[in-house]
Design a protein around this ligand. Structure first.
Ligand code: SF4
Length: 237
């Protein structure tokens, strides 16, 4: 499904190439009576998008999946975001399976032997449960993040999860996101300044020498494997 030209409550006409603030306001106007939620892993894009939606001052649910393997900097960022946006409801829907229980059931250090299974247990399955309760899913994905995201539409029907997926930053570049973060004083993960272009679980995230916060790369993720995505967005994304 592609976004057709539609009118918002304010009378503005919305197209896929409408300015991002208009798309964001449209999401809230158009789907206010639906089960609408944003998901985030507290990446730079997610933090920027939360700020954009939060600036409307309307209630918003933001769901994250605590894998129990976050960096301390990520937990600190989560706490900062909760404090900064008190009208946003941050909800953890991560797995209850502890690291010890996982090791007992699936073997030690599953992320080293079968990261796809580990991601399925700690990310994909919990996300599937989350999205059973959602009609409109807001994501901070961008097309230029990877080849698998290159065809992302601003608004599209997600066949895997059977819901409407809205990605207002689809056409943004990383440098635009970094500029927004700086200009609006949005909290971000301090690891971005220490050579981590993206930040996931401690076990599967490495430094990328010479990387800068305004440059995106997934080369620091699952370095030992031919894997760049956790599978949350279907088609290997
Ligand atoms: S990123 Fe690594 S540790 Fe985290 S869920 Fe996936 S495989 Fe497991």
């Amino acid at each position: 499904m592609e976004l057709k030209v539609v009118s918002t409550a304010s009378g503005k006409r919305i197209r896929p190439d409408s300015p991002t603030p208009d798309l964001i306001a449209w999401t809230m106007d158009h789907f206010q009576n639906q089960r609408l939620a944003m998901t985030t892993s507290f990446g730079m894009e997610g933090c920027a998008l939360i700020d954009m939606y939060a600036s409307l001052g309307k209630p918003l649910t933001v769901i994250y999946l605590d894998t129990m393997f976050f960096f301390p900097e990520t937990y600190a960022l989560r706490d900062e975001m909760i404090e900064r946006y008190p009208h946003v409801d941050f909800v953890n829907r991560g797995t209850d399976l502890t690291a010890e229980q996982q090791a007992e059931k699936f073997g030690d250090e599953l992320w080293k032997t079968n990261p796809d299974q580990c991601c399925k247990i700690r990310k994909v399955d919990p996300m599937h449960q989350v999205l059973l309760d959602v009609d409109v899913w807001i994501t901070a994905l961008r097309r230029s993040q990877s080849i698998t995201r290159a065809h992302l539409k601003v608004v599209e029907w997600d066949w895997q999860y059977q819901l409407l997926k809205v990605s207002p930053l689809a056409a943004w570049e990383r440098e635009d996101v970094w500029k927004y973060i700086q200009e609006n004083n949005v909290p971000y993960n301090k690891l971005h300044e220490q050579g981590y272009p993206t930040v996931g679980c401690t076990h599967c995230t490495s430094k990328v020498e010479g990387s800068k916060p305004g440059e995106y790369s997934r080369s620091g993720r699952w370095k030992e494997f031919n894997k760049t995505e956790c599978g949350l967005h279907g088609d290997g994304i």
